[in-house]
Design a protein around this ligand. Structure first.
Ligand code: SAH
Length: 227
């Protein structure tokens, strides 16, 4: 599948943001178990260096989380890949996906590049404004809103996939409720420092099964809005 993205000259990158450096990241992800070629191709194509501050651009293709301001981080590429891959596992073909925690906009951009209909919610207005500019300049069709993502997006539910990109002590019932039959929800869950990345599936009869994909460390899922 050809990723749906418009690339301006600065998206192509030079030096530490060049295609050669990005290809090294792809090989690293492959070596760490990411096998879905559609996901690897999206990561190869979406310019992660445009989702961080210019001062951090040279580190954008390291497999690491990076600060994006307001105490938040852009997720580690392997985690983005793992969460995205989980949506397609088992042959499911999701169409509409909700992300909770837009942050830099990178995860949403990966989903949009895969041709998914993306809805994303962020509680920090400042981060959302910057992410929206990125979506526009890359020609990505992402719907977003400034809200507490723990309530999901009921007007647009149900979703075939839901990705929660901030950690909570437990799964959020309102989000599970907005998952379509046959859908997959991926969320970091756990109290304290680290979390388990859980995958929850709802079968066509509405029965729920759950498994653990990895140990992860996300910033916390918080309540209340920030301008
Ligand atoms: N998906 C992001 C990762 C951002 S880090 C990316 O690709 O860059 C997690 C984000 O979740 C932060 O921006 C944080 O502000 C946001 N967040 C935390 N709690 C939230 C909530 N209740 N609703 C919406 N966003 C939330």
């Amino acid at each position: 599948m050809t990723p749906r993205i418009r690339l301006q000259p600065e998206a192509l990158g030079v030096g530490m943001t060049s295609q050669r450096v990005r290809d090294r990241l792809i090989e690293r992800l492959r070596g760490n178990g990411i096998a879905d070629e559609r996901v690897l191709n999206a990561i190869r194509t979406v310019p992660r260096h445009l989702f961080v501050d210019e001062a951090l651009a040279t580190r954008a293709y390291e497999d690491t989380a990076l600060p994006i301001g307001h105490g938040q981080t852009i997720s580690q590429p392997w985690v983005v890949a793992k969460m995205t891959e989980a949506l397609f596992d088992g042959g499911a073909q999701p169409r509409r996906v909700l992300e909770v925690g837009t942050g830099s906009g990178y995860q949403a951009a990966i989903l949009a590049a895969l041709g998914l209909e993306v809805y994303t919610v962020e509680r920090i207005g400042d981060l959302l404004r910057i992410a929206r500019k990125r979506f526009r300049s890359l020609g990505l069709n992402v719907r977003s809103k400034h809200d507490d993502g723990r309530v999901g997006w009921p007007e647009e539910a149900p979703f075939d996939g839901i990705l929660v990109t901030a950690g909570a002590p437990a799964l959020v019932d309102a989000l599970t409720a907005q998952l379509a039959p046959g859908g997959t929800l991926v969320a970091p869950v756990g109290a304290g420092g680290g979390q388990s990345l859980l995958r929850l599936r709802k079968d066509v009869e509405g029965r729920i099964t759950q498994d653990t994909l990895a140990s992860v460390a996300f910033v916390p899922l918080l309540s209340g809005l920030v301008d």
